[in-house]
Design a binder for this molecule. Structure first.
Ligand SMILES: NC(=O)c1ccc[n+]([C@@H]2O[C@H](COP(=O)([O-])OP(=O)(O)OC[C@H]3O[C@@H](n4cnc5c(N)ncnc54)[C@H](OP(=O)(O)O)[C@@H]3O)[C@@H](O)[C@H]2O)c1
Length: 249
């Protein structure tokens, strides 16, 4: 308790899954937290589930000009920002023939371009002991079915942890990646219960630790990266993935 006392944190995509659990952990550790999402209804539901100083903001993480508006809103509300977790993502997986240019551009806007412009828009608000956490994916390192575009965008995002740490280090801003492996969230829900169960069974087989991670496990890792305990951790990627990004199975 209290590992994030007095800190202000923004989590994009905080109405469900890893973002929601991270908001819960950040609040429990004493932070003031803003979450974003695309639906007011889901933001209201998240607010009902969370306990503590919370600022829910309707904001689409794929809207590049909208990132400046999000930063301006935070600037009105808060004196500074200590933690940004860029977590919202477009998780579209398709075979090559089915990609349209529009869908490709939307995914790149959400997973790569808008996070960059959000960080830029937030520069005047970041404290001099700030931590930026970029949520990547094991797909940045390992080839998966239909994941070429998603994996490329996540690889680009994680690369910002190196390039932007270098560029922002003298402003006291650390940038790190947090790379989940298969994690139980609603992400596969649209595929229906049967397909979801089949995917989970296959993942349990292929993850070296032979289980699927929990959103809480990712959230605990995010607390470490957000807190001053990780003050010497910069420009790297923390993989919380049951070993699937590094180990043979
Ligand atoms: N779960 C996994 O197995 C896994 C594995 C590797 C990496 N990841 C990464 O982990 C992160 C979180 O994934 P998750 O599984 O927790 O997802 P999730 O359960 O589907 O939740 C996604 C969250 O992001 C929000 N969101 C999605 N698109 C958005 C947008 N354009 N603008 C604003 N908010 C948006 C959703 O809110 P609304 O729907 O309310 O807008 C929701 O709060 C993502 O970056 C994902 O790529 C997940």
């Amino acid at each position: 308790m209290g590992r994030l006392e007095g800190k202000h944190a923004l989590i994009t995509g905080g109405t469900g899954g890893i973002g929601l659990e991270t908001a819960r952990e950040f609040l429990a550790e004493g932070a003031t937290v803003a979450i974003t999402g695309r639906s007011q209804e889901r933001l209201d539901e998240a607010a009902r589930q969370l306990d503590g100083p919370l600022l829910p903001i309707l904001s689409d993480a794929g809207d590049v000009p909208g990132q400046a508006a999000l930063a301006a809103r935070l600037q009105e509300e808060w004196p500074r920002l200590d933690i940004l977790m860029s977590n919202a993502a477009d998780v579209t997986h398709l075979p090559i023939e089915e990609w349209t240019e529009e869908a490709f551009d939307r995914l790149i806007a959400t997973n790569l371009k808008a996070p960059f412009f959000l960080i830029r828009a937030l520069l005047p608000l970041f404290s001099r002991q700030a931590s930026v956490i970029l949520v990547g994916s094991v797909s940045a390192f390992v080839g998966h079915e239909n994941a070429a575009v998603y994996g490329a965008a996540k690889a680009g995002l994680l690369s910002f942890s190196r390039g932007l740490t270098y560029e922002l280090k003298d402003r006291g801003i650390r940038v790190n990646g947090l790379s989940p492996g298969p994690t139980v969230t609603d992400t596969f829900k649209p595929l229906g219960p049967e397909r979801q169960a089949a995917i989970y069974a296959e993942l349990r087989r292929t993850v070296p630790l032979h289980r699927i991670g929990t959103a809480t496990e990712l959230a605990k890792a995010a607390v470490y990266l957000a807190s001053d305990e990780s003050a010497y951790t910069a420009g790297t990627v923390l993989r919380v993935d049951g070993g699937i990004g590094e180990l043979a199975y």
